[in-house]
Structures are given as C-alpha cells and as structure tokens.
Write a protein that binds this ligand. Structure first.
Ligand SMILES: C[S@@+](CC[C@H](N)C(=O)[O-])C[C@H]1O[C@@H](n2cnc3c(N)ncnc32)[C@H](O)[C@@H]1O
Length: 279
C-alpha cells in the first residue's frame, strides 16, 4: 500500500528530478508502478520502499523510480503531418557543402520510434550521408530501448510501406511479432540521456527540433522554461515541432507559429522576449 504522505514524498522527489508534478489522482497508478520496484528489493510494502528511497538517497534506485513514473507512450510516424512538413522542408532546401549536415533533434525521444521515423525520412531524401539525428530522453531505460531498436510490430502501423520494407527487419523466433530497425539506420541515430529542465548537454544546433508530447506534463512556467532552453538549440532558420495538443503561443516565448504545431524561433528579432536562463 502507498499512504498519502508517502505518495506526496515520492511525487515531490520525482518533481525535483523531472520537473513533472503528478496529480493526486495518480496515487493508485504510482502505487502499482512502485510495487514492482519494492518487490524487486524484497519489500512487500510500498511505503517502506519509499521510506528507504528517501533515507538511503540511492541514485541508481532513484533512476528506476523515474523510469517507472514517466509516461513513455510513442509510436512510429506519430502525428504524421510533421513528417509531411519535414519532407517539404527537405524538398525546398538549398544545397551546398557550406550548409553542413541537416540536423534533427528528437527531444524527449522516449523509446526511439520518433527518432527512427525522422531518420527514415532523411534517408529517403539524402541517402545515408549528409544528416544527423540525435534523440534524448530523461529515462535511461527508454534510451537503452531506443538504442536497441527492437519494437512490437503494432507500433509501426503508420510507417509507409516502402520505408518499412527498406529499414525494418521482421523478427523471427523469440522476436516473432517484433521488428528491428536495420543496423544501417540505427548507426545513424544517436540516443543519449538529457533532462530538458536542466542545463542541456553540448549537442550542437539543429535545423528541426521535435519537442512533442512532453509539454503537456508541465505547468506554464515549466513549459516556458523548457521551450526557451530548447529554442537556443535551433539554427536561425530552424523549426520547432510541438505535439498538436501543445500550443506554446501563450507562453511569451520567442517563437512564431508558422503551421499547426510548427514554430519558427524568433530569439534574434523578438524585442519583447523575456531573457532566457542560459542553457
Ligand atoms: C509521451 S513521451 C513522448 C515521446 C515522443 N516525443 C512522442 O511524441 O511520441 C514523453 C517522454 O518525455 C520524457 N521526459 C519526461 N520528463 C522529461 C525531462 N524533464 N527531460 C527529458 N525528457 C523527459 C519521458 O521519459 C518520456 O519518454
């Protein structure tokens, strides 16, 4: 069982790490998820587990708690309009060696399907050179899954058939019902841990940033903080994609809506922009 004080203590700790405030209605869900971790440590009581977590300050155990409490739902070619827009951007792009690689960041990449979907579209346009995809997520378990590139086949129902045939292998034997992203594509996509509420790692500047289905978990101040930090990683002509249920127009951030859930960064020419904390 998970008492109210233990629930409040563990959600406070989770908020300190992730920036996400879990609603009081999530008590049963948190209890269920932590129950598995408690059992793995030989404890039947979730309250005792939370008490030990707070007392011991074990960083590895805290990583497991964060992995359990994040919502990781994702699938290939989710919100397909963004991938159509990406194709249009690529079709209109000027070429030349001075332009460098076309770089896309899947921020909050979860188990990696978003990053690999982007990679399939880039490979369709460029082949295997001239682009980079970086995926980052708070959850170490999700980053591990993303690096593996092995998925239940249902998550690929929106993958266009030619791309599915070209870049995915059908699982056999113990992997029946699964697909594996081809090693050629896996090698072109890098996944790392990064917390978007903290100083970001040195991952460079991007032509497009996918920041989708994460902001919904934050209040307005939290959203603005993340968006401002992420916008600093956009190249001057770059675009930010958010989830279609995640408007950022009311946050006072230096970005202009150019299409549904697509923004152009305006930090260089936005006199009204609030100065952002340095990333
Ligand atoms: C619902 S998934 C979104 C996945 C993908 N972007 C999509 O739209 O399908 C949200 C992800 O955000 C990650 N996340 C939560 N808090 C985070 C933080 N502070 N920094 C980075 N990632 C975070 C979670 O681990 C989870 O994998």
């Amino acid at each position: 069982m998970l008492s109210k004080p233990a629930f409040q203590a563990v959600t406070r700790l989770f908020r300190q790490v992730s920036g996400i405030q879990l609603a009081d209605t999530k008590q049963a869900l948190v209890a269920g998820r932590l129950h598995k971790l408690a059992l793995a440590r030989g404890m039947a009581d979730v309250d005792a587990y939370v008490e030990a977590l707070l007392r011991e300050g074990d960083a590895q155990e805290l990583v497991k708690v964060v992995d359990k409490l994040t919502t990781n739902e994702t699938y290939f070619f989710r919100e397909p309009q963004h991938f159509d827009h990406l194709r249009r951007v690529l079709a209109q792009r000027r070429t030349g060696p001075h332009l460098g690689d076309f770089r896309v960041w899947s921020a909050a990449s979860s188990s990696g399907e978003e990053g690999y979907s982007i990679a399939m579209v880039l490979a369709e346009h460029f082949g295997l050179q001239g682009w980079q995809v970086v995926g980052t997520d708070l959850s170490t378990a999700m980053v591990d899954t993303a690096r593996r590139g092995l998925y239940p086949i249902e998550r690929a129902r929106l993958v266009p058939l030619p791309l599915l045939k070209h870049w995915c292998l059908k699982g056999q034997g113990e992997h029946l019902g699964k697909l594996m992203v081809s090693s050629a594509l896996r090698q072109r996509v890098r996944f790392d841990c990064a917390n978007l509420t903290r100083t970001l790692p040195e991952i460079g500047q991007f032509d497009i940033i996918f920041l989708r289905n994460l902001l919904i978990y934050f209040d307005n101040a939290g959203k603005a903080d993340i968006v401002q930090r992420v916008l600093k990683r956009l190249k001057p002509t770059g675009l930010l994609f958010t989830g279609h249920a995640e408007s950022i127009t009311h946050l006072g951030v230096p970005a202009t809506l150019v299409a549904p859930a697509i923004y152009r960064g305006a930090h260089a020419q936005a006199p009204h922009a609030t100065p952002a904390e340095s990333a």
